[in-house]
Write a new protein. Structure first.
Length: 224
């Protein structure tokens, strides 16, 4: 006759192994799911599905934030704030566009908010010349390091001066103009994709890009 205590122990062990197998199965399956399925599971309360979405796009979000903000500390703030907004508003996502487009829109809007706040603080207007971005997030100043000879102090000085002039001219753009210009010329996005990311029309993006280009030409005309 089986002992009652042994039966209970075996039942508990079976349930424990079943739970472990279920978790392992979920962790194995989640990376194979499409965004739509992951979002649906996250909306239903799956923390693992949301974490998979973060893992899937965290590098893209950080790269975009670095490209637009130019300061690692600001990029980290944008990264955290953007994913917090995604978490809080995921239930509002209605699959009318791709999750990536929706995420991109949130990130760019957070960047715009940060740029507007930075523009209102004069002490934050000075350009930074020595940002060290990884993952391909180098800006104009970092690329200059690869192009100027180490033994030529004059060319080194000219490169730094030119970089400062360009950064100063960019700082004079409105936050939206700067974001549009960066997304078009530094990230190579088409106008329609920029409009989708910013939640606006392609014509509005075109107008912002025109104004940004005109301002930069005016500020940097003698460098042509």
């Amino acid at each position: 006759m089986p002992l009652p205590g042994l039966n209970f122990a075996l039942a508990d062990e079976t349930r424990r192994l079943g739970a472990i197998n279920a978790v392992l199965s979920t962790e194995t399956a989640l990376p194979k799911l499409e965004d739509r399925s992951l979002v649906a599971e996250a909306q239903a309360g799956s923390r693992e599905a949301f974490e998979e979405l973060v893992r899937r796009y965290d590098r893209d979000v950080l790269r975009l934030a670095l490209n637009l903000m130019k300061r690692p500390e600001d990029a980290r703030d944008v990264y955290q704030e953007a994913f917090l907004k995604v978490y809080r508003n995921l239930h509002r996502f209605r699959f009318e566009c791709s999750f990536y487009t929706w995420l991109y829109r949130i990130v760019t809007n957070v960047c715009l908010d940060h740029l507007r706040r930075r523009q209102s603080r004069p002490e934050d207007q000075a350009p930074e010349l020595n940002n060290n971005y990884d993952e391909g997030g180098t800006d104009f100043f970092e690329r200059q390091k690869e192009n100027r000879p180490l033994q030529d102090p004059e060319r080194c000085f000219i490169g730094k001066e030119l970089g400062a002039r360009i950064a100063g001219a960019m700082a004079l753009l409105s936050p939206r103009e700067r974001v549009v210009f960066e997304m078009k010329h530094y990230q190579g996005l088409k106008l329609r994709a920029i409009g989708d990311a910013l939640g606006t029309s392609e014509e509005t993006v075109k107008n912002s890009l025109f104004r940004a280009t005109r301002k930069l030409r005016h500020q940097l005309g003698e460098l042509r």
